[in-house]
Design a protein around this ligand. Structure first.
Ligand code: SAM
Ligand code: SF4
Length: 288
């Protein structure tokens, strides 16, 4: 088991498949040209599987694929297939635009839950945020996943003055559609034009929603970063994630593997451990 100096057990690994993306969300990526990792620097499909297997022997039982946009990798299907054979709960976070190409793979491997990012229910605002004109495609793909019986979580980054007024619209969406909307506090990253006055706290979110809806809390487990609620009678749920105003570091069970194979034990960590170079030099191996 991987236990850190604070006695936290780390059993959840997030693997970034690429640092590149087909969107340019203003809070995540700079608009101007950005130098992405060259292909040789990225973990290859077999290397991802090798490293994942080692983590599994050390107690990891949940793996989430993320990015950049994980589904822009040509071999994303191969990676999903190979990791689905490990004894882990496999999950995926995506911007949703290429999901239609992967429906068959998901069905084949039994991937039952997907996080799709969608910060607005308005096509024009979608373009403003992502700098791409893909709103209808993403909405169609959400519908497609629901039709395939996938449990769909929607990640909404809430930014004061930009989409905070849409919170009730998202909750209204959960009435007849079984989506699980997660409202996330906007976080600072280098170059994302973050200012603290764009943070809309989880308390403000609940206040905004309570003006239109009566809702009740749902049970959540200790490592869950989201506080979940349901409006009685609604098919879907919503939750708030307090990344900024009330961090959840003490119960964190996550580790992150960057697309070039570096281990980060915190999203904000400055220090990284280069596992891919060690693997390529034959300095780490597993026997299974
Ligand atoms: N491209 C995929 C997507 O957008 O879902 C996966 C990678 S993306 C970096 C993972 C999640 O981080 C998305 O839900 C995105 O909205 C969220 N995110 C990115 N920048 C953020 C920020 N500054 N504050 C809060 N959440 C952020
Ligand atoms: Fe791409 Fe996701 Fe970042 Fe948006 S949030 S730019 S979709 S990686």
């Amino acid at each position: 088991m991987l236990i850190d100096q604070y006695n936290r057990v780390h059993n959840y690994l997030r693997i970034s498949l690429t640092d590149n993306c087909n969107f340019r969300c203003f809070y995540c990526m700079p608009e101007e040209d950005y130098t992405f990792s060259p292909k040789e620097a990225l973990m290859q499909a077999e290397e991802i599987e090798q490293l994942a297997r080692i983590f599994v022997t050390l107690g990891v039982n949940k793996i989430r694929l993320t990015g950049g946009e994980p589904l822009i990798r040509k071999d994303a299907g191969t990676i999903i297939r190979s990791l689905s054979r490990l004894p882990v709960k496999l999950a995926l976070t995506t911007n949703g635009v290429r999901l239609n190409d992967f429906a068959a793979v998901f069905q084949e491997v039994g991937l039952h839950s997907i996080n799709i990012s969608l910060d607005t229910l308005q096509a024009e605002k979608f373009q403003l945020i992502t700098r791409r004109n893909s709103f209808h495609r993403v909405m169609d793909n959400i519908q497609l996943m629901l039709e395939k019986g996938v449990y769909v979580k929607i990640n909404v980054v809430v930014m004061a003055g930009l989409n905070d007024h849409e919170l009730p619209d998202f909750v209204a969406w959960t009435k007849d559609v079984p989506v699980h909307v997660r409202f996330i506090e906007f976080m600072p990253f280098a170059g994302n034009r973050w200012t603290s006055n764009k943070v809309f706290t989880w308390q403000q979110m609940l206040e905004r929603i309570s003006a239109g809806y009566a809702f009740v809390p749902l049970k959540t487990d200790a490592h869950e970063t989201a506080k979940a609620y349901v409006v009685p009678g609604h098919k879907g749920t919503f939750s708030v994630i307090s990344t900024m105003s009330a961090p959840f570091c003490s119960t964190c069970n996550r580790m992150r593997l960057t697309a070039d194979g570096k281990l980060k034990n915190c999203l904000f960590a400055q220090h990284e451990t280069d596992l891919l170079s060690a693997l390529r030099k034959g300095k780490i191996s597993h026997h299974w």
